[in-house]
Write a protein that binds this ligand. Structure first.
Ligand code: NAD
Length: 245
């Protein structure tokens, strides 16, 4: 018997990183998973995996979200995972970069939630999990100006949803990972002038002297997606190996 038997889960950013690890972990625990992403090639690696239906979806495009949601009559869990990490201080963040990050990291969650929440309310039960970060209202991380601002907004959004909709049976939590070895993180490190030194620096700032793997974060996501966490709502759950401690 799986911990997520019978649950229908929709998630974004399913092609790689924590979204993909979550899709695989959810399916292994018996859920029916709709894994969405804009990266069709990577996403289609999931086709044929039992329990997972990959669907190309840009979570910044309202009309596409509306059309996608119309195909999914029942939903138990929405995991809003998609996000983009901009590197820089405020002086290195132009208006376009600011707007882009808020669009991908925050407005996408508003658009997805607006479509799926009414279905949860009609069912009298639902569960929303948002991807925040320790780099947010929890910790000021260098060169994460707009990123930190967006992830602090995700925490506020999560708490507001929880306050408004728990009386209708819908709970909402977010997770706040520290540094996780995902393709985009490795890409960011490789783009730095001295990738080898930068990797050492990233590891040096970790109290455990290592980063997390996406599958470690997926364990937490399975718990939050399951009824084992049914008394938990409005929480920002930190999973950072003690980085923000
Ligand atoms: P990643 O950054 O490697 O992959 C992100 C995925 O999101 C990609 O497959 C990409 O195609 C998809 N995506 C981007 N824009 C999209 C859009 N508009 N619509 C649909 N899909 C889109 O994976 P990751 O590092 O696991 O990041 C996932 C989330 O976790 C992000 O919100 C990120 O900010 C957050 N996060 C990451 C870390 C880390 O250290 N990696 C730490 C804390 C939080």
């Amino acid at each position: 018997m799986g911990r997520l038997d019978g649950k229908v889960i929709v998630l974004s950013a399913g092609a790689q990183g924590m979204g993909r690890a979550a899709a695989e972990a959810f399916a292994k625990e018996g859920a029916t998973v709709y894994a969405t992403d804009i990266n069709k090639e990577k996403l289609m690696e999931l086709s044929g995996v039992a329990g997972i239906t990959p669907e190309v979806l840009d979570v910044t495009k309202k009309d596409d979200i509306v059309a996608f949601a119309a195909k999914i009559p029942k939903i138990d869990v929405l995991f809003n995972c998609a996000g983009f990490v901009h590197n820089g201080t405020i002086l290195e963040t132009d208006e376009a970069a600011w707007d882009f990050s808020f669009n991908v990291n925050v407005k996408s969650m508003y658009l997805m939630t607006k479509e799926f929440l009414p279905k949860m309310i009609a069912q009298g039960k639902g569960n929303i999990i948002n991807m925040a970060s320790v780099a947010s209202s929890i910790k000021g991380a260098p060169n994460r100006c707009v990123y930190g601002a967006t992830k602090a907004a995700v925490i506020g959004f999560t708490k507001a949803l929880s306050a408004d909709h728990i009386s209708q049976g819908v709970r909402c939590n977010c997770i706040c990972p520290g540094t996780v070895t995902t393709p985009s993180l490795l890409g960011r490190i490789n783009a730095l002038p001295d990738p080898e030194q930068s990797m050492k620096d990233f590891i040096a700032r970790q109290p455990m002297k290592r980063m997390a793997g996406p599958e470690e974060v997926a364990h937490l996501l399975v718990y939050l997606a399951s009824d084992e966490s049914q008394f938990t709502t409005g929480s920002s759950v930190v999973i950072d190996g003690g980085w923000s401690n």
